[in-house]
Every structure is written in structure tokens, then in C-alpha cells.
Design a binder for this molecule. Structure first.
Ligand code: NAD
Ligand code: DAU
Length: 343
């Protein structure tokens, strides 16, 4: 079994690469990643010498390069994590989001059609459903909730989802889609809420909370997301969408306070700043379908997961400090300066 994992040098993709290599010692995992600002090759250092692992620096929009890789590897499955993933960046500059998230998805699926594939899996997000009001705790996103996006990021992810379902219906491509809630855990890029707050708190810097910090996100430990995707790949029904989330809704301000407490930092570091434009109020996943059909359940409780995550950031200071200093971007040259690349 050969699986191409795109975006495997990013947060969830790298955790998925580790999960798959650990769980299936006879699988070949080929990581395709452009190494944008969010891709960090040093994250993959522990598996670089694994004979079942290959890293290829490549843009998913590079049709020629992607086709060449498919010709070489003849993958059985593709899991597409590669994306521009940060909502704030999409508000500043939407274009690259449309290019990577939509057109890149098209290139990958065209390659799947051309060379044949057992399964194409699209890693999507609960943000495609828009948001829920705070005063209706009885409402949740199901797979039937209409697409109703708020940001250029979520619009690009929703567009990709529609394209994936179109390739299923029109060409019979074997596809699945997972729509997950907010992940947290090791290797989370320190521009996102949890790692940013941990890094700033450790450096005694202000903790910028948007608006009043009352927005609610439904947090899932990254390993639980990886296990859900693994199950969908092996047992999910083609053409289906699966929501992934663990009924763990938290207000932003409460998360930031937990982080302050765990690190022994004063709440006076919290600084309320101008709200995000079009800021989604509440996300909440109904995971009934994946539980009922595939038996998936989150294993890590938030109280444990957040302490594990904080401990990871304390133990792996160098990982995020090299990101903050920009030094991590030289890692590719160091590792790959003299090796061949595709595309
Ligand atoms: P990330 O930003 O940490 O990583 C994205 C990775 O994709 C990086 O390694 C980057 O170099 C790579 N990449 C970007 N553009 C590329 C391109 N054109 N070609 C090849 N590689 C490219 O993102 P993440 O948080 O790990 O998210 C991974 C996926 O999961 C995304 O599709 C995102 O929409 C989805 N998702 C994320 C969350 C979350 O909470 N982080 C939740 C649900 C779904
Ligand atoms: O729900 C899944 C989505 O979760 C994924 O599709 C996205 O790729 C991922 O980035 C994440 O999106 P969010 O916008 O929810 O995550 P972020 O960490 O950027 O923000 C979480 C909440 O915290 C949100 O309400 C905005 C707020 N926030 C964020 C930052 C970075 C702050 O208050 N201050 C901050 O500095």
C-alpha cells in the first residue's frame, strides 16, 4: 500500500504521517509538500531515514510534477492535507487560498483519474458550515447542514469539497471527505490560538484575544483526528462526508486562562484586540455518523490533551523558537540542498 500524504510537513499532516508509519509498518508513505511558511521539514526528521518514507518538495498545483510523482509511486491512496489554513491570512490575501485549496485539489484528483486510485481523501473543515449562534446550544453541524461560509479560507475549502463530490458523481472517482473541528496538539504552527498563546505566555508577551474572547470552538486532540481519517480511508463509504469532532466546546477566553494557569503566568497578560472580520461565533460538530458507521470516538479528553500539549511546547522550545526566528526555513537547504526534487 502506497499512500501520498500532501501537506505532511504541516501540523495535522505530520501527525498523520507519524500515525500511519507507526500503525502500518508495511505501508509506504510519500509526503508531498511545497514547504510554504507553514511547512517545517525538521518536524519530519524522526522519519526521514525510515525506508518506508519519502519526502518530495512539490506544489500540488504543479500538474507536471504531480503527474510525474504518480507515475513513479503508483499510489493506492491520496490524503490531501495541503492547504493554506489560516483564516486571518485569508482575510489579508485570499488569492493563494483559492489557488492551493481549490486548483491544487483539482490537480490531485486529475492525477488520481489519470493513473487510477483506490481512494482520494479530502481533509476538510467544519468551517464550511459557517457558524452557530451562542444562544442555541442545541444546534450542531451535521453532514446535512448547508454550506454557508464566512471567510475566504472557508469559501475555498467549501469550493474544494464541492469539486470533490463533483468528481465522484461525474467521473466515479472514489472519494471521501472529513470535516473536522479545531485541532490542537504537537507541531501546531504558532500563529494559531493555542500555540500562539503558549509561546507568548512563555515569553511574557501580551496574549491578544480577539473581541471579547467569547467565540466558541470545538477542540479535538490531533491524534484523534488522525485516527478518524485512518478509519475513513480503510472503512469509510465512498462518496461520503464524515464530520469529526468530540463535543468539546470552549470559549477562547477560557482556553487562554487555562494556558496562563498551567504556565503560572498572570492573566494581566491578556489583551483584548480588534475582532477578526466576519468572525465565526460558534462551531459544534455532531459526530454521530462517524461514530455509528465506523465506531470512531475521541480518546483524549481536553483536560489531558491541553496539559500534554503545553508540556510538548515546554519540552520542544527549540521547534517553535526556530519558527519564530524564521531559522526553520533554512532547514530544507541543509537537508536537501544536494538532493533531487520533482517539479
Ligand atoms: P498547516 O498550515 O499546518 O499545514 C499545511 C501544509 O500544507 C504545510 O506543510 C504547507 O507547506 C503545505 N502546503 C501549503 N500549500 C501547499 C501547496 N500548494 N502544495 C503542497 N503543499 C502545500 O495546516 P493544518 O492545520 O495542518 O491543516 C491541514 C489540513 O486540515 C488543511 O486542509 C486544513 O484546512 C484542514 N483542517 C485543519 C484544522 C485545524 O484545526 N488545524 C481543522 C480541520 C481541518
Ligand atoms: O474549525 C477548524 C479550523 O480551525 C480549521 O479549518 C483552520 O484551518 C484552523 O486554523 C482553525 O481555524 P480558527 O480560525 O478557528 O483557528 P485560530 O487558531 O486561528 O483561532 C481560534 C479562535 O481564537 C478564533 O475564534 C479566533 C481566536 N483568536 C485567534 C488568534 C490567532 C484570538 O482570539 N487571538 C489570536 O491571536
Amino acid at each position: 500500500m502506497t499512500i501520498i500524504v500532501t501537506g505532511g510537513a504541516g501540523f495535522i499532516g505530520s501527525n498523520f504521517v507519524f500515525h500511519m508509519l507507526d500503525t502500518y509498518p508495511d505501508y509506504r508513505i510519500v509526503c508531498l509538500d511545497k514547504l510554504t511558511y507553514a511547512g517545517n521539514l525538521s518536524t519530519l526528521e524522526p522519519v526521514m531515514d525510515n525506508p518506508n518514507f519519502r519526502f518530495v518538495k512539490l506544489d500540488i498545483c504543479d500538474r507536471e510534477g504531480v503527474y510525474r510523482l504518480f507515475e513513479e509511486e503508483k499510489p493506492d491512496m491520496v490524503v490531501n492535507f495541503a492547504a493554506e489554513s489560516h483564516v486571518d491570512r485569508s482575510i489579508e490575501d485570499p488569492e493563494v487560498f483559492l489557488r492551493t485549496n481549490i486548483l491544487g485539489t483539482q490537480v490531485l484528483m486529475d492525477a488520481c483519474r489519470k493513473y487510477g486510485i483506490r481512494r482520494y481523501h479530502q481533509v476538510s473543515t467544519d468551517e464550511v458550515y459557517g457558524d452557530l449562534p451562542l444562544d442555541r446550544p442545541d444546534l450542531f453541524f451535521t453532514e446535512e447542514t448547508p454550506i454557508h461560509t464566512s471567510s475566504p479560507y472557508s469559501a475555498s475549502k467549501a469550493s474544494a469539497d464541492l469539486l470533490v463530490l463533483a468528481y465522484y458523481r461525474t467521473y466515479g472517482l472514489s472519494v471521501t471527505i472529513s470535516r473536522c473541528s479545531n485541532n490542537y496538539g504537537p507541531y501546531h504552527f504558532p500563529e494559531k490560538l493555542i500555540p500562539l498563546m503558549i509561546a507568548n505566555a512563555l515569553n511574557d508577551k501580551p496574549l491578544p484575544v480577539y473581541g471579547q474572547g467569547l467565540n466558541v470552538r470545538d477542540w479535538l486532540y490531533v491524534e484523534d483526528h488522525c485516527k478518524a481519517i485512518d478509519l475513513i480511508l480503510h472503512k469509510g463509504r465512498e462518496g461520503q462526508v464524515y464530520n469529526v469532532g468530540g463535543h468539546n466546546e470552549m470559549r477562547n477566553i477560557d482556553i487562554v486562562k487555562i494556558i496562563c494557569k498551567a504556565l503560572g503566568k498572570p492573566e494581566s497578560l491578556i489583551t483584548y484586540v480588534t475582532d477578526r472580520k466576519g468572525h465565526d461565533m460558534r462551531y459544534a460538530i455532531d459526530p454521530t455518523k462517524i461514530h455509528r458507521e465506523l465506531g470512531w470516538e475521541p480518546e483524549t479528553k481536553f483536560a489531558d490533551g491541553i496539559q500534554k500539549t503545553i508540556a510538548w511546547y515546554l519540552e520542544n522550545r527549540r521547534w517553535w523558537e526556530t519558527i519564530l526566528s524564521g531559522e526553520y526555513q533554512n532547514y530544507y537547504e541543509k537537508m536537501y540542498g544536494s538532493r533531487e526534487t520533482l517539479g
